[in-house]
Design a protein around this ligand. Structure first.
Ligand SMILES: NC(=O)C1=CN([C@@H]2O[C@H](COP(=O)(O)OP(=O)(O)OC[C@H]3O[C@@H](n4cnc5c(N)ncnc54)[C@H](O)[C@@H]3O)[C@@H](O)[C@H]2O)C=CC1
Ligand SMILES: O=C(CO)COP(=O)(O)O
Length: 315
């Protein structure tokens, strides 16, 4: 590991931005600054010396953040890291796609993995993935965050890495429903196992490598989020299964549950590219008051019988 100081500015001081700041500060060679909309300092002053700018804002904050930064003449060598897990309404772009389209000459890295912020805050061990077409930038991101409590892998499939974290949020809502209705371990196992090919089908259409979904950012994050009451998306599903309205659940949560918006965007994406998304579709219907938790389960069980692997393209 190099001893050179890296100036890192984190934008977004929510749960994830703060946890990432703590992880970066754990390594003494990093000089970390954190900024949010309510900060007293100007954005221009906190990014002035930045070698790396990490965005941990929620999906709806990505475009406004990008627009603020576009006005600030950032040197092309500055690396952007995107830690958001979501899809933009209308454009159907991921956060890193927005960053890369807006800053085509900058290296963009995705950071995603099974990383429940409350566990990370306690200093519990965890692992994640940094992914980029730019291997040097990915290596630098790896150095910033790697420590004896955080193991950072890299790959060169940013879209696959990002989609793992994004699509599992919808599955976590389904999983919360499954547990809330006390459907049992067999049902949960079937749900999570069938969730993976559904995520891979979407990934195939968006240019991701199927194998990425079997890694930490796919299967890893699916397991973490779908089996933990620390996950806000899981809690959305659990709350709905208890008969609460979505508004009630979100009010109680007082935090971001990206899966709600992602489910709505996914239905558009599936329509456009004719992708079968049976689980996500039931989540969408439930979130939009078009079905009940019990009815959604019945509909999934009544689907046409099919071969287990006939819809996966691993080519
Ligand atoms: N909390 C966690 O365990 C993890 C969260 N993530 C992802 O990180 C992202 C942020 O999540 P959290 O920090 O947990 O959410 P949060 O609700 O705690 O914080 C959201 C942050 O986004 C900012 N924001 C929202 N709208 C904005 C706008 N229009 N302009 C500028 N900033 C805006 C808020 O000021 C706040 O700093 C989400 O995409 C989430 O899926 C990823 C991994 C772990
Ligand atoms: O992405 C996460 C863990 O990897 C956080 O999940 P929630 O957004 O559902 O809390």
């Amino acid at each position: 590991m190099s001893n050179q100081t890296t100036n890192l500015t984190i934008i977004g001081a929510g749960l994830w931005g703060k946890a990432l700041a703590k992880l970066a500060e754990y390594n003494e060679q990093n000089n970390v600054r954190i900024w949010s909309r309510s900060s007293s300092e100007s954005l221009a002053s906190v990014i002035k010396e930045a070698d790396v700018i990490l965005s941990a804002v929620s999906m709806k904050g990505v475009r406004p953040t990008v627009e603020k930064l576009l006005a600030l003449n950032i040197p092309e060598k500055t690396i952007f890291i995107s830690a958001t897990k979501g899809l933009e309404t209308k454009s159907i772009l991921t956060a890193s796609q927005i960053w890369q389209k807006s800053f085509p000459n900058h290296p963009v890295v995705v950071l995603s993995g099974p990383n429940l912020s409350k566990e990370i805050d306690k200093g519990l061990p965890a692992a994640t993935v940094v992914a980029s077409d730019d291997t040097v930038a990915a290596g630098q991101a790896q150095e910033i965050f790697s420590s004896d409590i955080f193991r950072v892998y890299f790959n060169n499939d940013p879209i696959g890495t990002e989609l793992g974290g994004t699509l599992k949020n919808v599955m976590a809502i389904a999983s919360g429903v499954c547990d809330g209705l006390q459907l049992g371990t067999n049902a949960k196992s079937a749900l999570l196992t069938r969730a993976l090919p559904e995520m891979i089908r979407i990934g195939n259409e968006m240019g991701a490598s199927p194998e990425t979904f079997f890694g930490l950012s796919g299967l890893g994050d699916l397991i973490a989020t779908c089996d933990s009451p620390l996950s806000r998306n899981y809690r959305v599903g659990y709350g709905l299964s208890e008969g609460k309205t979505l508004e009630q659940v979100l009010e109680e949560l007082k935090s971001t549950a990206e899966g709600v918006n992602t489910a709505n965007v996914l239905v558009e994406l599936a329509r456009k590219y004719r992708i079968a998304i049976p689980i996500s579709r039931q989540v969408y219907r439930l979130l939009n008051g078009k079905t009940t938790p019990q009815e959604a389960v019945k509909e999934l069980m009544a689907r046409d019988l099919k071969a287990e692997f006939d819809d996966l393209d691993f080519a």
